[in-house]
Design a protein around this ligand. Structure first.
Ligand SMILES: *Cc1c(COP(=O)(O)O)cnc(C)c1O
Length: 388
């Protein structure tokens, strides 16, 4: 039995008529960039995330980059984030000209640890002239950029308290977490200054190519995001700012407008699949060999990925590949150990929880259309690996 990590075809086939019609409507209109489909998507995604304004952009990466730009984060500034994430999180901080400051993750959630952030600020920072300054680099710590990894909201009560206490901006990397919520029902993207979403095809809400969005409750920031999205020109050809081409196109927005009304059903199906795995792994009684993901109680994890911590990860992965079960390692090298960040001066051992997660975790197939028999086959194949 084949179990791919992800198969997008069943979702397309279920919506084929509507999606094809939406694409055809864009073809007929010949209006390709920032038109009515983008406007509609912006309003609906803002509403969906519990925010006031949506600004459609070209990708999740560009959402992060333009968020940093409109908050005036650049050379001499530092942004605190997690080293255990997709590259874009740290990459955009560096591309904005700022310095990524990595703090370790929480063991259970894999998300940025508020305690680790507090330790960094207490140990390595001081206030100079009203600014929070890193004593070692003399850089100004300006913002926090937590990631809601795998579809689970980070500990935003604690992180927002730190941001308020130290006057830091908050950018949420919610690329994997559209529609996820904490125990109080507050959605990813609704906590901070700017929330950043990706509609890369593998995310819970996926386009037919690259697409993303910034959302915010701040009207002034929304306006700046709109200006920076078109090279920083307003009126057109008059530039008070240097922005970029971060535009979202109509074709992508049209597809996303068809898909968005189904997102809750898909995320619910992912949650059902996760609950199936949780119960089936418990029944398989593999002890400490497989640790299933631990959702914060009462929260709404949307399982963009279902990631287990396993013993003998790489051998297990090879065993599953032989059984035609797709898996992936998100992420094998934490950002502080990436070659391109060597200038930050980190070494192995600096963030032990991130390094342990990188060495021990494996993502299993979780997409909505999986059959129960496929889920059970994954569990049985893993059980057989440990019993051989
Ligand atoms: C996917 C992703 C991004 C980047 O989104 P793109 O649309 O691929 O540019 C950023 N951060 C995280 C955590 C992601 O998973």
């Amino acid at each position: 039995m084949k179990v791919p990590l992800l198969d997008l075809k069943p979702q397309y086939h279920a919506l084929k008529r509507d999606i094809d019609a939406a694409i055809e409507a864009v073809s007929e209109s010949q209006h390709f960039i920032l038109g009515p489909a983008v406007k509609k998507l912006e309003a609906e995604v803002a509403n969906y995330t519990g925010t006031k304004f949506g600004i459609g952009v070209s990708s999740g990466t560009d959402a992060l980059l333009v968020a940093l730009m409109v908050l005036d984060i650049g050379p001499g500034d530092e942004v605190i984030t997690s080293p255990y994430t997709f590259f874009a999180t740290g990459g955009t901080i560096a591309r904005a000209g700022a310095r990524p400051v990595y703090c370790d993750i929480d063991t259970a959630s894999f998300n940025l640890s508020a305690a680790a952030v507090e330790r960094f600020i207490a140990r390595d920072c001081e206030v100079r002239g009203g600014r929070l300054v890193n004593k070692h680099t003399n850089g100004t710590v300006k913002a926090l950029m937590p990631v809601h990894l795998y579809g689970q909201v980070a500990d935003m009560d604690a992180l927002m308290a730190i941001a308020r206490k130290h006057g830091l901006r908050m950018i949420e990397d919610a690329a994997q977490a559209i529609g996820s919520a904490d125990a109080k029902g507050r959605r990813a993207c609704s906590f901070g200054d700017i929330g950043c979403l990706s509609f890369f095809p593998t995310k819970n809400l996926g386009a037919f190519g690259d697409a993303g969005m910034c959302v915010t409750n701040d009207a002034a920031l929304a306006e700046r995001l709109e200006i920076f999205r078109v090279h920083g020109g307003k009126p057109k050809y008059y530039h008070a700012f240097i922005g970029g081409n971060f535009r979202l196109d109509e074709m992508q927005a049209a597809v996303l407008n068809v898909k968005l009304p189904h997102l809750d059903d898909w995320s619910a199906a992912r949650r059902r699949n996760a609950a199936y795995y949780d119960a089936a792994f418990a029944k398989a009684a593999l002890g400490s060999a497989v640790v299933t993901p631990q959702g914060a109680p009462g929260g709404r994890h949307i399982y963009n990925q279902y990631v287990v911590r396993v013993r003998g990860r790489d051998d297990l992965r090879a065993h599953l590949a032989k059984a035609e079960i797709g898996t992936e390692i998100y992420y094998p090298v934490p950002l502080h150990l990436q070659q391109c960040f060597a200038y930050l001066g980190h070494a192995a051992g600096d963030f032990p929880e991130s390094e342990r997660a990188a060495a021990e975790t494996l993502a299993l197939p979780i997409y909505p259309e999986l059959e129960t028999a496929q889920l059970q086959h994954v569990v049985d194949s893993i059980a057989s690996f440990y019993r051989q």
